[in-house]
Design a protein around this ligand. Sequence first.
Ligand SMILES: Nc1ncnc2c1ncn2[C@@H]1O[C@H](COP(=O)(O)OP(=O)(O)OP(=O)(O)O)[C@@H](O)[C@H]1O
Length: 286
Amino acid sequence: MTRDSDPDQPEAVTCTGLAYSFGETNAVDGLDLSVRPGEVFGLLGPNGAGKTTAIRCITTLLPVPAGMVRVFGSDAAKDRMGVRRLLGYVPQQLSADAGLTGRENVALFARVFDVSRGERAERVGQALAAVDLTDAADRLAKTYSGGMIRRLELAQALVSAPRLLILDEPTIGLDPIARTGVWEHINAVREATGMTVLVTTHYMDEADQYCDRVGLMHRGRVRALGTPTELRQGLGERRRAEGAPASAPLPTLEDVFRDVAGSGLDDKSGDFRDVRSTRRTANRVG
Ligand SMILES: Nc1ncnc2c1ncn2[C@@H]1O[C@H](COP(=O)(O)OP(=O)(O)OP(=O)(O)O)[C@@H](O)[C@H]1O
């Protein structure tokens, strides 16, 4: 799935030494990150690793107090509107309005993102079709399942035809079938448009299956970077060098993460924020 970079095209995202603190908490602490045009890049990490904060700096929703962020060459600190025009963002929080139909929800985003009046109806229809919601388009969003709502939010982000789609935990709280559905639609749009995708997730199995490259983030920084296979093979080789039998199964991405983050996967998961974000999604389903 990995695409070669075009040397003439700037990186989709470059973060250099990005830092962001909430009071005493260094949420992002010297983040270096590079996302190549056309790839699906997964930013992985436990609760509190700094993923959402980094994403919010990249989307210009938070300022860049230290370091540098560029999106397709545009500086997020100096050209916020220029950066915003390049991206579609699906936040963790609910962005669909339960009291509007699917079509009205997407049309609202088309207006906000300056899709020209003449093109609007067609682009809204295309975005809904891309996520397989044409038949449900004229039903109120409050009648949608959790997976349909996530796909509707995807359509909202896609209606402006972004070069970079940023998704924060797109499948949290969804059942396995709905999770697969969300990913299949992301991939189909990516294949059709060449769009770059930056996604955060806790789900190592999803990252392994769907991401071209992943960055394992822990305590505000990327601690390991590569394709899922490279990272798994790298740990396997290291374990063999340390005496593991050659017949031992290839480590999983979760093994790699535990190796990088120590107990990081366990010590914060299930905390208040984790519960709150899962509940937010659960509320959508109800
Ligand atoms: N608005 C805020 N005020 C104070 N501290 C915050 C705020 N938002 C995040 N933090 C803290 O910053 C750190 C990084 O949080 P962030 O949400 O970026 O992590 P994350 O990796 O996205 O976690 P999650 O997977 O739970 O979304 C955490 O210690 C968190 O408690």
